[in-house]
Structure formats: structure tokens, C-alpha cells
Design a protein around this ligand. Structure first.
Ligand SMILES: *[C@@H]1O[C@H](CO)[C@@H](O)[C@H](O)[C@H]1NC(C)=O
Ligand SMILES: *[C@@H]1O[C@H](CO)[C@@H](O)[C@H](O)[C@H]1NC(C)=O
Ligand SMILES: *[C@@H]1O[C@H](CO)[C@@H](O)[C@H](O)[C@H]1NC(C)=O
Ligand SMILES: *[C@@H]1O[C@H](CO)[C@@H](O)[C@H](O)[C@H]1NC(C)=O
Length: 366
């Protein structure tokens, strides 16, 4: 299947070498005031008084890893649109993978030779710029700390980007039911909740929250439409989902499907995206169905859900339904895209993508 692996790998590395961080300007989503003049929080007046942990947040999985012109439509990309676009469209959770190839923390997918989205600091600065223009919004970050960098490394980058000033500092070092309302977080200027994996909590940087001390996740690397469930996958020490929930862990639903291109070769599956991201509850693999199943099994709404290619099939409708919202305000339409679809229909791209995926055979698509 790969007659000239060495050559192709070299070509793949060259092809990704030009990928750089996007410029740091954030676009404005507009001032969020409903028609009646009532203040909205996270796109709805009815969320202002709700506790942070009583809300479902739609998240962009691997939000910095794009399948667009900037990456040569890399099949390793999980999103067509970047994190600023995601926030503009109403997503309030951004997940990404961080590596430390040298002294600089970078956003890389699996390895920096594969898909390098630039320094974490630039990306955080862009998100921070968006936060400044959107003062009534509470946003959650989930950063996978692939190379086990210490919390102090993240602290430096968060400080330099400016976003640490908005960091929410938990009053506890473990799961709690005592989260503030969005109103409180907004008025106190602690509107960015930052979860990072593989760090230790430190009272000198109390806004950097070890993810698995607060959050549990369902399985990832799902390859079948029937493969989604609500079983706790990580951290196993939190026990089954119901036990974790009773300890006030918040539940994160991984709802993205990979496509197998051969043994151990997995890439984000765009071909079934209309089924996977659908807010419908009728078919196996539908986002709406998965969320509804988890809400039933958990006896409460899931807190977080991660999807690939969030601009397809209107997944936010499923999340609005979880939150009981019939109307929202201040969102930009996700469908106004004129960017490349990056669909895997071009055989040259597919071949390139297969190589990229091959390099990642052992990897973590988290
Ligand atoms: C997204 O892309 C726009 C346009 O290039 C850019 O201004 C913005 O900073 C990017 N956002 C992020 C988070 O990289
Ligand atoms: C949002 O709009 C309201 C009402 O017009 C105004 O008072 C407020 O200053 C605006 N906020 C921002 C950040 O533009
Ligand atoms: C580390 O990576 C950064 C970002 O890619 C780069 O600018 C810098 O030159 C690298 N430093 C070393 C010592 O390789
Ligand atoms: C839940 O889904 C994952 C991924 O498809 C699978 O590995 C696991 O066995 C499933 N668990 C149950 C209890 O069905």
C-alpha cells in the first residue's frame, strides 16, 4: 500500500513545514444584547443565572488542527474552521493538543513534524482577543499536555498571552458541585476555565486545573456509528460514570468518529459527518441521540461535548436542546463558509492523508 514510504514521509514532512500560526487578530462576534435589551450570557439570557456546571458546552475537538489551505487540506486536520470562528458560532469549549518539541509549547497534532499549528501562546492570544471583544462570554479550554510539560510552562505562556488574567480559580482542588453562575464569573472577570492534563495543581497558579481532577470523559477513537456510549473511559479511578457524577465530576462526551484507512491508520471521518454531527435523535451515531442517551443514563445533562468539523450539520442545535434553549442571540452563522471543504474526495489528498495517518499509527488523536 505504501510503495515508497521513506519518500512519502519526507514529502509529508516538507508539506507540513509551511504551516504556521494564524495572525493574532480576533474577529468580533458582536455585542450580545437580546432584542428586548436583556443581557445574554453565552448567547442566552437564560444562562446568566445558571451555574457553570449545569450547562452543556459544545466544543471543537482539536480546535487548532485545521483541514484547510493552511495545512494543504491535511487529513490529520479535525476542523475546517479555526477557534475564533468556533467562538463566533457559539462554541464555548476549545480543545487542543500541546507539545514541547523544544523550550516552546506548541500546538501540534500527534507530533510537530506532522501538523504544527504554531506556538500555544499565539493561539491563546487570539482567543484572549476574542474574549476582550465579547465580555459576557464564559469559555472553557481543554489542553492535552502530550509531553507532560510542568504547569509552570503553561503559566508562563498563559501570562504572556494575557489570558491568565481571565482564568477562573477553583476554590477546590477536586470535583465540586459548588460552581458559580455565569453571571458571577462574568462580573468577577474569571471567564476562562482552563483544564490541562498531566499537570499538578499549584496554589501559585490556581487557574490551571488538572483536567481529570474535575472532569471525566467517554471513549474516543470511535470508528463505528454504533460505537458511541456514555461509559466512563478516563480517569478510571473516578469509577463508573454514575459514581463520578455523584462525586461532582463533570462529564465530557467525546463525539467524533474516526475513519480507518487500514490497520492502525485512523483519520477524522468527514464522510459520515452529516450523521455524526446531526442534532437528530433517530439514527445510530447522531449527536442528538448520544447526548440524550447520556442525559438519561447520567440523570443530568452532560457538561461538555467535543465534535470534529463543527460547522457541519448544525451540532449546536443538539446542545441548545440539552440546555433547554429555544432561541439564542449573538451567534454568527456557521454555514457562511466559503473555505475549502477539504473533503477526502481528491485522491492525491487521500494519499497524502494516508501517509500522514500512517505516521500517526500509534498515536493519540485526542
Ligand atoms: C482564525 O483565523 C482568523 C483569520 O485568519 C484570524 O484572524 C484568527 O486569529 C484565527 N484564530 C485563531 C484562534 O487562531
Ligand atoms: C454592548 O451594548 C450595550 C448597549 O448598547 C452597551 O452599553 C455596551 O457598552 C456594549 N458593550 C460592548 C463591549 O461593546
Ligand atoms: C523552538 O521552537 C520555536 C517555535 O517553532 C522556534 O522558533 C525556535 O527556534 C525553536 N528553538 C530551538 C532551540 O530549536
Ligand atoms: C463504549 O464505547 C467504546 C468505544 O466504542 C468501547 O470501546 C467500549 O467497549 C464501550 N463500552 C461499553 C460498556 O459498551
Amino acid at each position: 500500500m505504501f510503495p515508497s514510504l521513506r519518500t512519502a514521509v519526507a514529502a509529508a514532512l516538507v508539506a507540513v513545514a509551511g504551516v504556521q500560526a494564524a495572525p493574532q487578530t480576533a474577529s468580533a462576534a458582536g455585542n450580545e444584547t437580546s432584542v428586548a435589551g436583556t443581557r445574554a450570557c453565552n448567547n442566552s439570557p437564560s444562562l446568566c443565572g445558571r451555574q457553570y456546571n449545569q450547562i452543556t458546552y459544545l466544543g471543537a475537538h482539536d480546535s487548532s488542527f485545521l483541514r484547510d489551505k493552511s495545512t494543504g487540506n491535511s487529513l490529520a486536520g479535525n476542523q475546517f474552521k479555526n477557534a475564533t470562528d468556533a467562538l463566533d458560532a457559539g462554541l464555548r469549549l476549545l480543545q487542543a493538543q500541546v507539545h514541547k518539541p523544544n523550550s516552546t509549547l506548541k500546538l501540534c497534532h500527534t507530533s510537530c513534524g506532522l501538523l504544527d499549528a504554531g506556538p500555544l501562546e499565539s493561539w491563546l492570544a487570539a482567543v484572549n482577543g476574542w474574549m476582550a471583544k465579547n465580555p459576557n462570554e464564559v469559555v472553557t479550554l481543554v489542553l492535552v499536555n502530550s509531553d507532560n510539560a510542568p504547569a509552570s510552562d503553561f503559566d508562563s505562556v498563559f501570562q504572556r498571552s494575557g489570558i491568565s488574567a481571565l482564568g477562573y480559580k477553583s476554590t477546590t482542588t477536586g470535583p465540586t458541585g459548588n460552581w458559580p453562575t455565569l453571571d458571577t464569573m462574568i462580573s468577577q472577570g474569571t471567564r476562562v476555565v482552563s483544564f490541562v492534563t498531566n499537570i499538578q495543581y499549584s496554589s501559585s497558579m490556581p487557574y490551571l486545573l488538572p483536567e481529570f481532577d474535575f472532569v471525566f470523559e467517554t471513549a474516543f477513537e470511535v470508528t463505528e456509528l454504533t460505537g458511541f456510549n456514555c461509559t466512563l473511559d478516563r480517569p478510571s479511578r473516578a469509577g463508573p460514570a454514575t459514581a463520578a457524577l455523584s462525586k461532582n465530576f463533570m462529564g465530557l462526551v467525546n463525539h467524533f468518529k474516526d475513519q480507518s484507512l487500514g490497520s492502525n491508520i485512523l483519520v477524522p471521518d468527514v464522510d459520515r459527518i452529516d450523521v455524526v454531527n446531526s442534532p437528530a435523535t433517530s439514527a445510530d451515531g447522531n449527536l442528538g441521540q448520544h447526548l440524550q442517551t447520556c442525559r438519561t443514563q447520567w440523570n443530568q445533562r452532560p457538561n461538555f461535548v467535543l465534535v470534529d468539523f463543527w460547522d457541519r450539520a448544525n451540532p449546536i442545535e443538539a446542545v441548545d436542546s440539552m440546555n433547554g434553549l429555544s432561541a439564542t442571540t449573538g451567534r454568527k452563522s456557521a454555514s457562511s463558509s466559503d473555505r475549502s471543504t477539504g473533503s477526502a474526495t481528491n485522491s492525491r489528498n487521500l494519499e497524502y492523508g494516508a501517509m500522514v495517518a500512517f505516521l500517526t499509527a500509534t498515536l493519540l488523536l485526542v
